[in-house]
Design a protein. Sequence first.
Length: 135
Amino acid sequence: MTISETMLGYTTALYAAKADISMKKEQIIELNMCRKEVKAARASLTEANRNITLPELTSKTWFGQLADTFDDIRNEMKLAGKELRVTQLTNVLDRIDEKITELKSEIHSLENEGHLIQRKIHKEKQKLLNLKSGK
C-alpha cells in the first residue's frame, strides 16, 4: 500500500469518526428534548393527581353507595396516576439519562480515535515530505 493510499484510508476513517460524533451529539440533543417533555408530562400528572380528589366531598353533601363507588374510583385513579408518575416516568427518565451517558462515552472514545488518526495522518505526511525531499 502506498503512502497516498494509507493517508486516504486514514482520512476516510477520520471523516467517518467525525460524522459518527456529529450524529451522536444530535441524538443527545433529541434525548434532552424528550427528557424535558417527559418531565413536563410528569409535572402535569402531578397537578392532575392533586385535582382528582377535588372537590372534597363530605358525608353531609355526598353519601350512599354511589358516593362510595365514586370515591373508590377517584382513589384508584389517584393510585394509578402516582404509579405512572413515580415509577414509569421515572424509569423513562433514568433510561434517557443512561443513554445520554452512553452516547457521551462513545463520543469521547471517537474523539480519542480521531486524535490518533490525525497523528497517523501527520506521520504519513511527514513520510511523504521526506520522500519528496530525498531523505
